[in-house]
Design a binder for this molecule. Structure first.
Ligand SMILES: [Zn+2]
Length: 296
């Protein structure tokens, strides 16, 4: 349903622009859980994909979608045998990944990159709207600049910051024993990604970051994208190839002297056409690449 919305509605839906929250109907949203290992699950509702680790140390939640879904997320965790999350990790600041912070922050400790806290604590302009700062209780309590290791439920979780990809505050979370990685919005599976150029995002940076992740993981890994279905090593490589191929086409067109208007109307390479049926249509993706490559 989301794919038929206009760009403005997309912004509200995907990013949770606070002014628009009242207009969103969450009544039909159900939280679907997928067990990946004995104690790690992927949860899907509306907004960014969640991961949850449930075990003898308690519950750790990665991202928390929208505020109206928080109770439902907690119910889903309860059904899997967990209690209120002890730790909540935000992969980045967008509202479809941090909307539940106020609810979960009451009883849990929120962790995020320094830039995520900075953006959540100050007004942000997105798509011509002002997003109000979150209340103090919804802000990350623990912040880090490069990486952080969490020893939880019998394994080490490596939280790694990758600068200037989707935003300026993106982190991925590697479950070293379970062999799972949560990519945050550095990965949109099966659809062109949203790259937030106005908040530190960069298309070449995104490509570099995804390659750096691929270099650090092994085949057999399960990959949770920020948006889209559960994926794997090959899926992440496919996504990376899409980024390289589509960016290549735009780079060549710029070199050939084509205008922004021309580039926006170019088709995606045949292999990647279906990726334009998601949140970000082909014209928007081409425009994003062009803008990212030509601004300096
Ligand atoms: Zn995002």
């Amino acid at each position: 349903m989301i794919r038929f919305l206009s760009m403005g509605a997309f912004a509200m839906t995907l990013l949770g622009v606070s002014a628009a929250m009242g207009q969103q109907d969450f009544s039909g949203v159900e939280i679907k859980a997928t067990r990946i290992t004995e104690h790690v699950h992927m949860l899907e509702g509306r907004g960014g994909n969640l991961a949850v680790s449930i075990g003898e140390d308690g519950v750790l939640l990665i991202d928390d979608q929208y505020a109206p879904l928080a109770e439902r997320i907690l119910t889903a965790i309860d059904k899997l045998g967990g209690k209120k999350p002890k730790f909540i990790l935000n992969t980045h600041w967008h509202g479809d990944h941090t909307g539940g912070n106020e609810f979960f922050g009451e009883t849990g400790t929120i962790i995020a990159h320094t830039n995520v806290r900075e953006r959540l604590a100050t007004p942000q302009e997105l798509f011509g709207r002002t997003i109000a700062p979150l209340p103090a209780g919804a802000l990350p309590v623990i912040t880090f600049d490069e990486s952080l290791n969490i020893h939880f439920n019998g394994e080490e979780l490596r939280v790694m910051h990758f600068p200037h990809g989707h935003t300026d505050g993106d982190s991925v979370v590697l479950f070293t024993k379970s062999n799972i990685i949560h990519m945050g919005d550095l990965m949109f599976m099966g659809m062109f990604p949203f790259v937030d150029l106005d908040h530190g995002g960069d298309v070449d940076g995104l490509i570099l970051n995804v390659q750096r992740v691929i270099d650090q993981i092994q085949p057999g890994i399960k990959v949770i994208p920020g948006h889209g279905p559960l994926s794997d090593y090959e899926g992440l490589k496919t996504y990376h190839q899409m980024l390289v191929d589509t960016t290549d086409v735009v780079r060549k067109a710029i070199k050939a002297g084509k205008s922004a208007e021309f580039i926006k109307k170019m088709p995606a390479p045949e292999k990647w056409k279906s990726w334009g049926n998601g949140f970000i249509k082909t014209d928007r993706w081409m425009e994003t690449i062009h803008r990212s490559l030509t601004r300096k």
